[in-house]
Design a protein around this ligand. Structure first.
Ligand SMILES: NC(=O)c1ccc[n+]([C@@H]2O[C@H](COP(=O)([O-])OP(=O)(O)OC[C@H]3O[C@@H](n4cnc5c(N)ncnc54)[C@H](OP(=O)(O)O)[C@@H]3O)[C@@H](O)[C@H]2O)c1
Length: 264
């Protein structure tokens, strides 16, 4: 039997990552599914095996911990899997003031959203370059386009993802590797519940332009395959992203602060 091409998807236990995994199974990829909760991934793997004959490897790993990426890479190496597509999707945000949110949680956001994403990319891209073939989809956010008072570390972490991905898009183009940053606006997933752990946010009250995780996943995949550096799903989010550079910083900060604040 022919060895299938494999996609490694982080944050595959829910939301956008789960939808991307389902889509990639339909596209014929074998899957390496990574997140902390293994049970939802095991059930997903079973479903995809039955529906499409997808071979899946489930890896339970905390990518925010120092050994998280090493755990994933040990599985990939032990099974001699060639990863054709890396989807760096695992991430979380926290609403609240910088001085009051726990320092450990805020540094944990950097460990997951920035450090693990960079480490996995560094571990898997050299193989893609050697094969002159590969894809990397990094899930940033519409938050990447401006600073975000009351969610400052989250917005800054996503600005890193956008900048890093756009640079790699250019750097790896000549090596046959396509890299995209997916920048969704508010999407209905488990994200809001985790982000509101300490404080709520107007952002999560069903704002204009909200898309579902499946639509976001489909637009992200399509943009990646078409070779787009940056994919912003949804018209409202695209118009907003376009307006950002023309808006004075002081006004951007006020508007973003208003939306990030709790309305209670
Ligand atoms: N929803 C939105 O409005 C929105 C907007 C823009 C960008 N995004 C971005 O989209 C990405 C996916 O989020 P989502 O909206 O789909 O939210 P979600 O439903 O909460 O999914 C987050 C995924 O990341 C995994 N994850 C969280 N912490 C982890 C850790 N320490 N180690 C390994 N995996 C971890 C979670 O699995 P476990 O809990 O099982 O570990 C889950 O599978 C994130 O990068 C987020 O920043 C979301």
């Amino acid at each position: 039997m022919r060895t299938p091409k494999y996609a490694l998807v982080t944050g595959a236990s829910s939301g956008i990552g789960r939808e991307l995994a389902e889509l990639l199974a339909r596209e014929g990829y074998g899957l390496v599914l990574v997140a902390r909760r293994t049970e939802p991934m095991r059930l997903l793997a079973e479903k995809l095996q039955q529906a499409h004959g997808t071979p899946s490897v489930v890896v339970g790993a905390d990518l925010g911990s120092p050994e998280g990426v090493a755990t994933v890479m040990r599985e990939v190496t032990a099974r001699q899997l060639e990863i054709d597509m890396l989807v760096n999707n695992a991430g979380f945000g926290l609403a609240g003031s910088f001085s009051e949110l726990p320092a450990e949680s805020q540094l944990g956001m950097i460990d997951l959203n920035v450090r693990a994403l960079t480490a996995l990319t560094r571990a898997l891209v050299p193989g893609m370059v050697a094969r002159r073939r590969g894809y990397v989809l990094n899930v940033a956010s519409a938050a990447a386009f401006q600073p975000g008072p009351l969610m400052s570390v989250y917005y800054a972490s996503k600005a890193y993802v956008l900048s890093f991905s756009a640079a790699l898009h250019e750097e790896l183009r000549e090596h046959g590797v396509k890299v995209s940053a997916l920048c969704p606006g508010y999407t209905e997933t488990e994200f809001a519940a985790r982000a509101s752990e300490h404080q709520g946010s107007r952002l999560f009250n069903g704002p204009l332009g909200t898309l579902g995780a499946r639509e976001v996943a489909e637009l992200g995949y399509r943009g990646l395959v078409r070779g787009r550096a940056v994919v912003v799903p949804g018209l409202v989010n695209r118009v907003t992203a376009w307006l950002v550079p023309f808006t004075p910083l002081a006004l951007k900060l006020r508007i973003t602060r208003y939306f990030n604040a709790s309305d209670s």
